[in-house]
Design a binder for this molecule. Sequence first.
Ligand SMILES: [Zn+2]
Length: 225
Amino acid sequence: MIRMIEFEARCCDTSFKVETKPDRTSGYLQCPKCQQIMPSVSIAPWKVWLHELALIHAQQLHDRSYPRGDSRQFSVDGAAAELAACLILCPGHIEDYRELAASTGRNIGKDLLGAWIGYQKDFEIKWTQYCSENAGILFVRRPVGQVDVVPSRDLVDSIYVLLHGTGEWYRASCWADRELLLKKGERNPKPMPVDGNPTWGAHWKKLYPFQSITSRLGLLPIAPP
Ligand SMILES: [Zn+2]
């Protein structure tokens, strides 16, 4: 018996109560009002798990004794944004996502697997705290061990999705493929991340609006129950 978990989602100025779908069902979460992909979800039922995940990652970093100055800091908000993206894009694969998130040796560009979403490329999920006229940048950071970010080397051939929020609610604001991010991105866009490390990125308004992702990539919603 697969356990369904109820969570909240928002679209069209309305809150909906929805459930995670049976394991490995494909399809995105659809707004019952406008039929578009749901942009906003609450990760409240998974808060305890996210904190457990932070402990697992802290232990993994400790065990592998990374050199000092390693930038691979685990962020609860970043993981919450990935979980929220999974609830939006492929809610049938939430257990697959949780398993992958807790595993070691994760690959860049593969936060969500394309097979879960029904697309040939994998998905890289990015998080930003704020989203406004000035804030809300999709950043690609300098890889560990490199002095700078080199877009042609460091941008992966995945679909990038930016979510913003903090605490319980996360909203997808934009998406881009590698080509668009190369074209619209700039070096060290402002405001810079607090660590001041080199980045490549673009303000969310320069990239594709999130809800266009379904038609542009040919994604399908979850079949109605
Ligand atoms: Zn809607």
